[in-house]
Design a protein around this ligand. Structure first.
Ligand code: GDP
Ligand code: MG
Length: 704
């Protein structure tokens, strides 16, 4: 009898193709809110949680999405190692039932292991809506494992799935392979026998991989390699695959699926949804119009978020109706101003000393408030991006980008981590693990900062509104374009230096267009909002107070004029002035403030705005903050210190330089080399300087 104290939780692993709904199911089972994405590469690390709906707790593992258990991508290796080495009690194979045949290809490989398996036919809500019918019991019969229809998104059938899974996990299973029922069957049995003789676990799996000629099989085949080769030499492959065992085995798997499983799917005439998607795709992924439409769509997103004039009237005359993003931001500003004013009222009433007001209002509230007031716009932008992602459009964008990216030795696959980079460089760099080659990964990591992340948005928004009031949408969109231009330029250079290999193949299945799910969107926004607020109220708040201190005291710790050049940071930054002089924003008496902001921005990009908020807002006094609210005062101060060209140059520097310390740490981890990381950081700083220089000169010449 097992002792209760030693009894470990059961482990169920979720395996399946990318986008089959693993993470959705995982979140549902474990009650966590892992990111659910509509593109491959979102789930790279495996994730663990606990399901408590059964008699005993079950650990659930969300494995990365894969198309096969061959050893070509990191996800495939991770999933394969996990299934074989960790021997979970059960694998739940999640099958996207709208893409049955392709998904079952992976199923045929999972079933070669000896682990108990339950097949979950997910997305049954869609199949049902399309009027299609899948015969689950026929599939169960063919594969010899239970098959349960579910809809992870509607929470349909999930309880039943888990009940069946629990029962199945208590049983044992012997793996089998479609190869056994193929013309190669007899020889294949002999290979299996060799592995059985060695007493390795999962003999059928290893036998199949050995026939495929899998490179990870060296260990398992030790000692029996020559016998296996002998058997393989006697195998007669079809003509079209002469000598290519991998292709032959793939053929056998697909034939098995076509012959035995396709009968399980009964379609209702021509499926309305796919053909509608196809029709939409004729326009949206059109060779000629696809990319221009993509850029137009993106511009509209920025317009709706940042423009002061919703109907473009600002391009003709002053004053228009603001975009929703600007409107919400206005309300947020009113709130932070009210907070400052009330705090000041309280301090005045309590006769608090001046330094306390300085720390609390000029340091803390100005610093944090100037960042927080951009929260509405950030959420707005991410709402639009989530809608585009969830509807299936972003997957099309990746496809459209495949051709242009190929010129630089990247595949459309690389577009996905880049796209994630517009959210945050850190998960995006981790997402680069989905790329097939190490040099592709390094390439993408080096280009990552150029895809302007969410933390940089407050900078664009602040400068856009202050310096380019009637063209804020263009200014912000322009920053994204400058970033992309920098990425292209850097790619050309890198292509001729460190990155000479060609891109790996890019296969991506396009999901059918669908209405974005409100629940999904809310979850994304909540994740973004809570992360942003947490950062703003912790590290950003702490740093703002430190900056206030350093800008109000000198090296002898005497209080100086607020925000004076004689303060500690003022003196330190003045030393750095010559470096920045060619970039155009180091000419004014206040230039040191911009430099302090740039330096703090290397730690976290939100700090650029919070630092400017602390350094530029007027000293606390009777007249301060009375008519001009804080953010307005900051804008006014910036107008006095930055010309158009200088503002663009300052923005560009922040865009291209080291994104933040978290990104540096992640790059170190992903590059697996301190030298490559140091080179990368230097590369970012150098591009920032050169990029700003070019932007400043160009803007001065055109007279922006
Ligand atoms: P993963 O890549 O396997 O982790 O897949 P995700 O969980 O990220 O899901 C991919 C997409 O499919 C998301 O947009 C989900 O909202 C959607 N999805 C997942 N399960 C279902 C389902 O049962 N029905 C429908 N209609 N959509 C689903
Ligand atoms: Mg996932």
């Amino acid at each position: 009898m097992r002792q209760a104290a030693n009894k470990k939780d059961m482990i169920f692993a979720l395996a399946g193709n990318p986008n089959s709904g693993k993470t959705t199911l995982f979140n549902l089972l474990t009650g966590s809110s892992a990111h659910v994405g509509n593109w491959p590469g979102v789930t790279v690390d495996r994730r663990e949680g606990v399901y408590r709906g059964l008699r005993e707790n079950v650990d659930i593992i969300d494995l990365p999405g894969i198309y096969s258990l061959s050893p070509y991508t990191p996800e495939e290796t991770v999933s394969r190692r996990y299934i074989l080495d960790n021997s979970p009690d059960l694998v739940i194979d999640i099958v996207d039932s709208t893409n049955l045949e392709r998904n079952l290809y992976l199923t045929t490989q999972i079933l070669e292991s000896d682990i108990p398996v339950v097949i979950a036919l997910n997305m049954s809500d869609i199949t049902r809506k399309e009027g299609n019918h899948i015969d689950a019991s026929l599939l169960a019969d063919r594969f010899g494992v239970p098959v349960v229809e579910i809809s992870a998104i509607d929470r349909d059938g999930v309880k039943e799935l888990m009940d069946v899974a629990y029962k199945t996990a208590l049983t044992t299973r012997a793996g089998w392979s479609p190869l056994e029922r193929s013309p190669l069957g007899e020889s294949f049995e002999r290979v299996i026998k060799l592995f059985r003789g060695k007493n390795v676990p999962h003999p059928v799996f290893h036998a199949a991989k050995a026939v495929e000629g899998d490179i990870l099989e060296a260990d398992a085949t030790a000692g029996i390699k020559s016998e296996i080769d002998e058997i393989k030499n006697s195998m007669r492959l079809g003509d079209h695959v002469a000598g290519d065992f991998e292709a032959a085995v793939a053929d056998i798997r697909y034939n098995f699926i076509a012959e035995y499983c396709s009968g399980a799917l009964r379609r209702a005439g021509s499926s309305g949804d796919t053909s509608r998607s196809d029709r939409i795709d004729m326009i949206l992924t059109n060779k000629l119009f696809g990319l221009p439409i993509f850029f137009l769509v993106m511009f509209m997103v920025f317009h709706l978020t940042f423009s002061e004039s919703l109907v473009f009237s600002g391009y003709i005359a002053e004053d228009g109706i603001p975009s929703p993003g600007i409107m919400f931001q206005g309300w947020m500003e009113l709130f932070t101003d009210w907070l400052s004013a009330s705090a000041r009222g309280l301090l005045d009433a309590a006769n608090a000393p001046a330094w306390l007001g300085g720390i609390l209002i000029n340091g803390l509230l100005n610093g944090v408030g100037s960042v927080l007031s951009f929260l509405p716009q950030i959420l707005m932008l991410f709402l639009f991006l989530s809608i585009l992602e969830d509807s299936g459009y972003m997957a099309r964008a990746a496809l459209l980008m495949d051709r242009p990216l190929r010129r630089f030795g990247l595949s459309g696959r690389a577009f996905l981590p880049m796209l994630m980079g517009f959210g945050c460089s850190v998960p995006a760099m981790m997402g680069s693990r989905t790329l097939a080659t190490a040099s592709e990964r390094r390439f993408v990591i080096m280009l990552m900062p150029f895809f302007s992340c969410g933390a940089k948005l407050p900078i664009w928004s602040l400068f856009g509104a202050a310096i380019f009031p009637s063209h804020a949408d263009l200014a912000v969109f322009g920053m994204y374009l400058i970033g992309i231009a920098a990425a292209v330029a850097a790619a050309i250079i890198l292509r001729h230096t460190i990155m000479k290999d060609d891109a790996s193949f890019f296969i991506m299945e396009l999901p059918a267009y669908r209405m974005p799910r409100p629940r999904n969107l809310c979850m994304h926004l909540w994740e973004k909002a809570s992360a942003f607020i947490t950062r703003a109220t912790t590290i950003i708040a702490g740093a703002a107070v430190i900056i206030w201190f350093l800008s109000n005291f000198d090296f002898t710790l005497n209080m100086v004029e607020p925000n004076s050049r004689d303060s500690i940071v003022g003196i330190a930054a003045s030393f750095a002035l010559p470096i920045f002089r060619p970039l155009g924003f180091a000419g004014t008496p206040d230039a040191w403030k911009a430099i302090v902001a740039i330096v703090t921005g290397l730690i976290a990009k939100e700090m650029v705005v919070s630092t400017l908020g602390v350094l530029y807002t007027p000293e606390i006094g009777a007249d301060a903050l009375e008519d001009e609210h804080a953010a307005g005062a900051l804008s006014l101060a910036l107008v006095g210190s930055f010309s158009h060209a200088a503002a663009l140059s300052f923005m560009t520097f922040n865009l291209l330089s080291i994104p933040c310390m978290a990104a540096v740490a992640t790059a170190r981890m992903e590059l697996r080399s301190a030298r490559h990381m140091a080179e990368t950081a230097l590369f970012w700083l150098a591009t920032a300087w050169v990029g700003s220089f070019v932007v400043y000169r160009a803007a001065s010449i055109i007279g922006i």
